[in-house]
Design a protein around this ligand. Structure first.
Ligand code: UDP
Length: 385
């Protein structure tokens, strides 16, 4: 069975890596990887870390790219690869423009689509934008829906997707982060800091990790987050506040002007995945608006303060591993202060099983695909028609 997996951004590369590893272990599977180039500079180091060979490269990225142009270039580029390769199945992951446009190209060419990380929903088309729209549209096009959690599977069933097309697998991002954690023992996430700053941060009693990149938070949200970190840094001088800053210039300017001169704050460039996993692992807790970080924090037993008003990963909140704190200065400061001062709260937030998966999601996905292909004599389309 020939499968084409399409990767556009760093989270897709991270979450596809275990699937590609599992495919290599499964006899009879020819897994081809297409990189669209949506975020090329961020994807290549992830592929290198996971030792993944690329079969096809597109170059869809443009300076100041807009979603319509990006979608069009992925649609046309992926169509060309589909016509040349004629795979039995296309796999897409998540909720990006690459994911949606590739699924649409496959749909037009009558190639069945498997959607990895299906069923995440906020039910608000604007939050997160454009991801909520992208993943809802992919659910309309896919033939196989690999849902990380029971809630994700239920959301898909609620939308009328037949139960026998929904597979509860766990999230492959958990497979990836556990795999990575076992390989980064000697990785130093602070290597880019100059010597004095580095020893200052290393000698702190605790480390808190901050990230922010959601479009909805640009402007007031990111300003509030930076001001809250400045307040916390002054209130807890024995704690190091470490912030790998997203390449968006607005995030960079804001972080620099509010936090650049504070001794116990370290502003880092965006980190490569192994360094980032090492930093999460070494941190006491995380403050983040990232989707993947909510899952990874839960798997690494690091509490996450989520700087968003809504989340498609409510499992972490329900399990007690994450708190939705929004982007108001006081609510971030209050929640972080409680975590730093209440040992009981901290331990409760670290305990319990990760609701997003157990590290075996990719093996489940491959076993399902092998079974489906066996049942249908390799024609997955027949099974889904
Ligand atoms: N990540 C990284 N370096 C960073 C920040 C994040 O490698 O400086 C990783 C993180 O571990 C996770 C993924 O990037 O696997 C999450 O990506 P992002 O937060 O950009 O997207 P989201 O998950 O919100 O879609």
């Amino acid at each position: 069975m020939k499968i084409l997996a399409v990767v556009g951004t760093r989270p897709e590369a991270v979450k596809f890596a275990p699937v590609i590893h599992a495919a290599a272990r499964q006899p009879g599977i020819d897994m081809q990887v297409c990189v669209t180039g949506q975020h090329r500079a961020l994807v290549d180091p992830v592929l290198k870390f996971f030792d993944i060979a690329v079969s096809h490269r597109l170059s869809v990225m443009r300076h100041n790219q807009d979603l319509a142009g990006l979608t069009t270039r992925v649609l046309e580029g992926v169509r060309g690869i589909l016509l040349a390769e004629r795979p039995d199945l296309m796999l897409v992951q998540g909720d990006t423009a690459t994911c949606f446009a590739s699924a649409l190209a496959a749909f037009y060419e009558r190639v069945p689509v498997g959607h990895v990380e299906a069923g995440l929903r906020t039910h608000e088309l604007g939050a997160p934008f454009p991801e909520e729209g992208m993943r809802q549209m992919v659910s309309r096009l896919a033939a196989f829906h690999f849902a990380p959690t029971v809630a994700n599977a239920a959301a898909l069933e609620h939308e009328g997707i037949p139960a026998e097309r929904i597979y509860l697998t766990g999230n492959t991002g958990i497979d990836a982060v556990l795999w990575a954690r076992d390989r980064i023992r000697r990785t130093d996430p602070l290597a880019s800091l100059e010597k004095k700053k580095r020893s200052q941060i290393q000698s702190a009693k605790r480390r808190v990790l901050i990230t922010s990149h959601r479009r909805e938070n640009f402007g007031e949200g990111i300003r509030n987050i930076c001001e809250a970190v400045a307040t916390l840094a002054a209130r807890y001088p024995e704690t190091a506040w470490v912030f790998p800053v997203h390449p968006n210039p607005e995030v960079g300017r804001c972080a620099q002007s509010h936090l650049g001169a504070i001794a116990n704050v370290a502003l880092l460039p965006p980190l490569e995945y192994p360094q980032f996993v090492a930093l999460m692992d070494q941190s006491y807790f995380l403050i983040s608006d990232s989707g993947g970080v909510q899952e990874e924090g839960s798997a690494l037993q690091r509490p996450v303060l989520v700087t968003r008003s809504t989340s498609e990963r409510t499992e972490a909140v329900l399990e007690g591993h994450a708190l939705l704190v929004g982007t108001a200065h006081d609510s971030i400061v209050d929640a972080a202060s409680r975590l730093l001062t209440s040992r009981g709260l901290y331990e409760r937030m670290c305990s319990g099983a990760c609701p997003f998966g157990d590290g075996a999601a990719a093996n489940r996905i491959l076993a399902i695909l092998a079974r489906e292909a066996g049942v249908t004599g390799k024609s997955l389309l027949a099974a889904t028609a």
